[in-house]
Write a protein that binds this ligand. Structure first.
Ligand code: MG
Length: 316
């Protein structure tokens, strides 16, 4: 049995709020790519958020969408992939590696969302192995991975069953000695339950998005939700922090718009680490700093750094 790691590097304290680089630093560099992660590290980010899906062989790969997006993927000849894009799970590692994930398609809605993102070429979708190797290098020993497993109970065809997903991720973490500095998060709480069974020492973060007006179709918190691994909010007095604590979570990761001061206080009283996603506008960053969350997940690490420094605070 592995000893549970010290979670202090993930906890805020007076004057410190932790900075998680979302998909590396999506606002400025291609998301979920090695150059993007290296850039975030160069900025002094000490927690890298990444998304994990699986190739046909079951190898964990670092990418967000179940299908390679036509707005951010070129084929081996440099042409943009046709909609709807190939299913990652249907591609062998060798096939996947032929695509270029280094830039956004000008004119697309997605490119319009990220006008400052650098355009690179010759940048493949990385295997989790490669990201792990980067973090295992000397000089990065303080850096944590906030590894999101992109499993969906609504789409079993997007990946192997949760036990295989967890086992494949653990094998990589063990190969690179990263089990002591990885937080695993997921909207699919079945994955977190499975991780607890296979390796209880690795901390688990329960991602949540409340259903309701303005929520995305992926909002996972509602009665009878297949995302919640059979857990019920009603059984815990409607309190998400109470539910996460009862499920054995060390961390709770709500959408920043869902977080109330009351829930934050409740989570703290239960010993939970609270990391909010994805906070990019300066006024929202300021509001999260004022609330006093543990961690801010952002596409713009520099913005969070400046907002913290302006208040005499730091991210480490
Ligand atoms: Mg993610």
């Amino acid at each position: 049995m592995t000893a549970a790691p010290d979670l202090e590097p993930l906890r805020g304290r007076p004057g410190v709020i932790r900075l998680h680089g979302h998909r590396g630093a999506r606002g400025l560099m291609p998301e979920n790519t090695l150059p993007g992660f290296a850039f975030a590290l160069a900025c002094g980010v000490e927690i890298l958020e990444c998304d994990v899906l699986f190739s046909r062989e079951g190898t964990p790969v670092v990418t967000h969408n179940p299908r390679l997006s036509p707005d951010m993927t070129r084929d081996a000849e440099g042409g943009w992939v046709a909609a709807p894009g190939p299913l990652v799970r249907a591609l062998s590692l060798e096939e996947l590696r032929r695509f270029d994930a280094g830039g956004l398609r000008s004119g697309s809605a997605y490119a319009a969302r990220w006008p400052d993102q650098a355009f690179l070429s010759g940048v493949p979708v990385p295997c989790l192995d490669e990201l792990a190797a980067l973090l295992a290098r000397p000089g990065h020993g303080r850096v944590w991975l906030n590894l999101e497993i992109k499993s969906s109970p609504l789409h079993p065809e997007h990946g192997p069953p949760p036990p295989e997903q967890v086992a494949a991720v653990l094998a990589v973490l063990d190969d690179y000695g990263l089990a002591g500095r990885t937080l695993v998060q997921s909207f699919d709480w079945r994955v977190l339950a499975e991780l607890r069974r296979q390796r209880p020492s690795i901390p688990r973060s329960f991602l949540s998005e409340l259903s309701g007006e303005g929520a995305t179709p992926e909002a996972n918190i509602h009665d009878g939700s297949p995302w919640m691994a059979g857990l019920s909010l009603a059984a815990h007095g409607g309190s998400l922090p109470a539910l996460v604590a009862a499920a054995g979570g060390q961390a709770w990761s709500p959408h920043f718009g869902d977080l109330t001061a009351e829930d934050l206080a409740r989570a703290r009283a239960l010993g939970l680490i609270v990391n909010v996603w994805t906070v990019n506008r300066p006024q929202d960053i300021d509001r999260m700093i004022a609330l006093g969350v543990d961690g801010i997940i952002t596409d713009f690490p520099g913005r969070v750094q400046h907002r913290l420094k302006a208040q005499g605070m730091s991210w480490r």
